[in-house]
Design a protein around this ligand. Structure first.
Ligand code: KG4
Ligand code: ZN
Length: 346
C-alpha cells in the first residue's frame, strides 16, 4: 500500500508547531508512525515581558508563523504540499483565538488540496508522544499527563481507549511550578527556571505540604502549596534572611513537594491497576527530578517508564500529526471534507 502522510498543526497556546508524519504501509499497514519533519516556533520571549501568555498576542503571532513553518516542514521532508493526505490540527483545549489560527489554516489547506481535515485533542497528542521515541511503549499502560493546564492519571488500553483514574481538583502541576516561580521572581515560564534554581538548593530545607498524599486517593491538589510557599517567603523576608541560598532552598523544597505527590500518585495508580508500564507526558515531564524519582521508584517495582524525547515534551506539531495518524491506523477517526471550524477551548 502507498504511504499515508499526515500534516499536524499545533497552535493551542504559545507554540506554533507543524509536522509531517507518515504511515509507511498506509492506514492498514502495521508499521509505526514515522516523523518526516517538524518545525516549531516558541513565543516565550514575546510573552516573557508580561509574565504570562497574552492571548491576543499569541493569536497574532501564530498567524505570522504558520505559513513559514509549513514551508520549512515540507522543505525539510522533501515533499510537496500535494503529497499530504490528511491535515490534522489541535481542536482543543487551549486559547480560542490561538486554536482558530490552526483550525483555519488546516481547513484552508485541506480545501485547496481537496484533502480531509481531522481535529485532534491536545492531550491525546501529549499522551501518545512517547510513540515517537526510540523506545516506544506498548499498550496497556498508566499515563501521567502533566502540563500547564492539566494533571491527570489515566489508564490507556489502546488508541482512544482512555480511562481517567484521577486528576487535579485545583491547580495543574505546571501551574504550581509557574505560580511559585513567579513568587520567587523567576519569570515565565516558571517550570524550567524553578528547576534550574532548585539544583543549587536543599530540597529538605523547608517543610511544605504534600496535599492528598494519605490513603488511596488518586486526585491531586496544588493550590495549598502555593499559599505555603508564599507564607514561607514572607517569613524569610520579614526575618531578613531571604538570601540567594534561601531562595534556591525554597525552589528545591517546592519542586520536591510537587514531585513527591506526582510520584506517589503514579505508584498508587500502578498498584491499583497491576500494570507494569508507565508513560509520562506534558511539559512537566521534562523535569529532571520527576524523571529521576519516578525511574528509581518504578525500577524497584519492575515498572518500565517511557518518556517522549525531551524536545517533544512541551507543545509541538509532531504529537498532533502522530495522534491523528495513530487514530487513522486504529480506525478511530473520521477525517472530514466539510471544513467547518470546530475548536473546543475547554
Ligand atoms: O505541555 P506544555 O508545553 O503546555 C501545556 O499544554 O500546558 O506544558 C507547559 C508547562 C509549563 O507550566 C512549564 O512551566 C512546565 O510545563 N515545564 C516544566 C519544565 N519544563 C516545562 N515544569 C517543571 N520542570 C521543567 N523542566
Ligand atoms: Zn500541552
Amino acid at each position: 500500500a502507498a504511504p499515508l502522510r499526515v500534516l499536524g498543526i499545533e497552535s493551542s497556546c504559545d507554540e506554533t508547531g507543524i509536522a509531517l508524519v507518515e504511515l509507511p504501509g498506509g492506514v492498514r499497514g502495521a508499521q509505526p508512525v514515522r516523523l518526516l519533519a517538524h518545525a516549531l516556533h516558541s513565543q516565550i520571549d514575546m510573552h516573557q515581558a508580561y509574565g504570562g501568555v497574552v492571548p491576543e498576542l499569541a493569536s497574532r503571532d501564530h498567524i505570522r508563523r504558520v505559513v513559514p513553518l509549513l514551508r520549512q516542514t515540507m522543505t525539510e521532508a522533501g515533499h510537496a504540499l500535494a503529497s499530504i493526505d490528511v491535515v490534522a490540527y489541535t481542536r482543543g483545549p487551549g486559547l480560542a483565538g490561538a486554536l482558530l489560527v490552526g483550525a483555519g489554516m488546516a481547513c484552508a489547506l485541506g480545501m485547496a488540496l481537496g484533502k480531509p481535515v481531522l481535529g485532534v485533542h491536545h492531550l491525546e497528542g501529549h499522551l501518545l508522544s512517547p510513540f515517537l521515541s526510540a523506545d516506544p511503549p506498548q499498550f496497556p499502560f498508566i499515563a501521567l499527563l502533566v502540563s500547564g493546564g492539566h494533571t491527570q492519571l489515566m489508564r490507556v488500553d489502546g488508541v482512544g481507549a482512555y480511562t481517567l483514574l484521577g486528576e487535579t481538583i485545583d491547580d495543574a502541576a505546571g501551574e504550581a511550578f509557574d505560580k511559585t516561580a513567579k513568587m520567587l521572581d523567576l519569570g515565565y515560564p516558571g517550570g524550567p527556571a524553578l528547576s534550574k534554581l532548585a539544583e543549587q538548593g536543599d530540597p529538605t530545607a523547608f517543610k511544605l505540604p504534600r496535599p492528598l498524599l494519605r490513603g488511596d486517593n488518586i486526585d491531586f491538589s496544588f493550590a495549598g502549596l502555593k499559599t505555603a510557599v508564599w507564607m514561607q517567603q514572607q517569613r524569610l523576608v520579614a526575618a531578613g534572611t531571604m538570601t540567594e541560598q534561601a531562595r534556591a532552598d525554597l525552589a528545591a523544597s517546592t519542586q520536591a513537594a510537587i514531585v513527591d505527590v506526582l510520584v506517589a500518585k503514579s505508584l498508587l495508580a500502578l498498584k491499583a491497576s497491576g500494570l507494569k508500564r508507565m508513560v509520562v507526558a506534558g511539559g512537566v515531564g521534562a523535569n529532571r527530578r520527576l524523571r529521576q524519582q519516578l525511574d528509581a521508584q518504578c525500577a524497584k517495582r519492575g515498572v518500565r517508564v517511557h518518556y517522549p524525547e525531551l524536545h517533544l515534551c512541551t507543545d509541538n506539531g509532531a504529537m498532533i500529526a502522530l495522534a491523528a495518524a495513530m487514530r487513522l491506523q486504529a480506525g478511530r477517526a473520521e477525517p472530514s471534507l466539510a471544513y467547518h471550524f470546530d475548536v473546543k477551548p475547554r
